[in-house]
Write a protein that binds this ligand. Structure first.
Ligand SMILES: Cc1ncc(COP(=O)(O)O)c(C=O)c1O
Length: 406
């Protein structure tokens, strides 16, 4: 029977999120999951956060009202101070936008910058939520390979020139997660950060710096954000989020971008969700105002660095030498394994029968037919999230993975 609805062309192009689909297959008793990129729920600051709910008794009449599209003023003050520290220069109020998750920040930037058929340069591999959002905006993808030092930025001039030659269009955006990439865990080297900021201005292609993991560093030296290196140059759009450092359920994040772009994003969101929930913004603001975030950060840094070391040790112990290779991440949520042989999709099926789950690498690459230029695929790779499972489960899960790998 034909549908009663006349779906849009966009709806016809949509694809399911590969990771959310996997969740159906791995919901089984006894399964150890390294699949979802989830924070440890036992580390959520439930008590102190619940205490902050008394902000409703104090400011309920304001907090339960519609809020400004730009964000709840007390939270904006906190974010301006936080960003001044992070970037070492003052961010102007008209450069800051509070968003409902950094997913929305990217969505809004994509919607105001892209026309269908435009090309975005993404890292290969990259975060699937970004592929999804950009695909919804009609983007095609040019992919830049990554190594342990992040995106191989030295290839950008050639990729931009090839994109122009093949499509007649200059790429609209370069998307990167310089600190502890999802999925590769890689941290972009300082030299490449400088080079990328210079190239963005030279090639006239803005960079979207997605930074949900930057504060979750367990070893090595802190490196400056691209936005900081770019100083006053408007070519870097910065996004960060409370999802990984506090709780994803709050759906509170923010962008820092040129005022003209920020204004366009504000107008776009006025046709979407009007504003981020004022209630959760007020809770997050109160939580930060009471000084809880600093304490919580020290706690999760301790918990997550322990889990990261536990996974490194468990992989070394349980995987047969030469069966896979990886670089121990210095921060973030993920290990990225390169298999010596076979496909990670096939390994996934064997792993699920051993009751351990991960995400096969292909989820982190645009489809072959969406890529222009050199096509990259992730069939030999596997992403393992180490933050969700507890340390005994990390050890047992890696033992099962070793058994599945053979
Ligand atoms: C790189 C990256 N960007 C954005 C997001 C989405 O974050 P949020 O919860 O703030 O929308 C994630 C979540 O996993 C992520 O890994």
């Amino acid at each position: 029977m034909s549908s009663v609805f006349q779906f849009s062309k966009l709806a016809g192009r949509m694809l399911p999120s590969p990771i959310r689909e996997l969740f159906q297959m791995i919901r089984q008793p006894g399964m150890i999951s390294f699949a979802g990129g989830l924070p440890d729920p036992t580390a959520f600051p439930v008590g102190p956060f619940a205490d902050c709910a008394d902000v409703l008794s104090r400011d309920g009449r304001e907090v339960l009202q519609y809020g400004a599209s730009e964000g709840y003023p007390p939270l904006r003050e906190i974010l301006l101070a936080m960003m001044a520290e992070r970037l070492e220069f003052a961010v102007r109020p008209n450069e800051l936008l509070v968003t409902s998750g950094s997913q929305q920040g990217l969505n809004l930037a994509a919607r105001v910058l892209l026309d269908p058929g435009d090309v975005v340069i993404v890292e290969a591999p990259t975060y699937p939520g970004t592929i999804h959002s950009l695909r919804n905006a009609g983007a095609r993808f040019a992919t830049v390979p990554c190594d342990a030092d992040g995106m191989q930025v030295e290839l950008l001039p050639e990729i931009v020139a090839r994109t122009v030659a093949e499509t007649g269009r200059r790429p609209k955006l370069i998307y990167t997660v310089p600190d502890f990439s999802n999925p590769s865990g890689a941290c972009m080297s300082l030299e490449r950060r400088h080079r990328l900021v210079a190239l963005a201005a030279e090639l006239e292609v803005p960079v979207f710096e997605d930074d949900p993991y930057g504060k979750l560093r367990y070893s090595g030296d802190v490196l400056p954000n691209l936005k900081r290196l770019a100083a006053g140059d408007p070519h870097v759009i910065y996004a960060s989020s409370f999802s990984k450092v506090l709780a994803p359920g709050v759906r509170v994040a923010w962008t820092v971008a040129d005022p003209e772009l920020t204004r366009a994003m504000v107008l776009m969101r006025q046709g979407e969700d009007l504003c981020t929930s004022t209630v959760t913004q007020a809770l997050v603001a109160e939580y930060c105002r009471r000084g809880h975030l600093e304490n919580h950060m020290s706690r999760i840094l301790e918990v997550y660095s322990g889990k990261c070391r536990a996974m490194q040790l468990a992989l070394l112990t349980h995987l047969a030498p030469g069966s896979a290779s990886w670089t121990e991440p210095q921060g973030g949520f993920f290990f990225w394994l390169e298999l010596a042989r076979g496909s990670s999709r096939e390994l996934f099926d064997r792993a699920v029968s051993e009751k351990v789950a991960f995400v096969p690498g292909s989820a982190f690459y645009p489809g072959d037919d969406e890529q222009i230029g050199e096509v990259h695929t992730g069939d030999r790779f596997a992403r393992l999230c180490f933050t969700f499972a507890d340390e005994p489960a990390i050890d047992e899960g890696c033992r099962r993975l070793g058994a599945a790998l053979g």
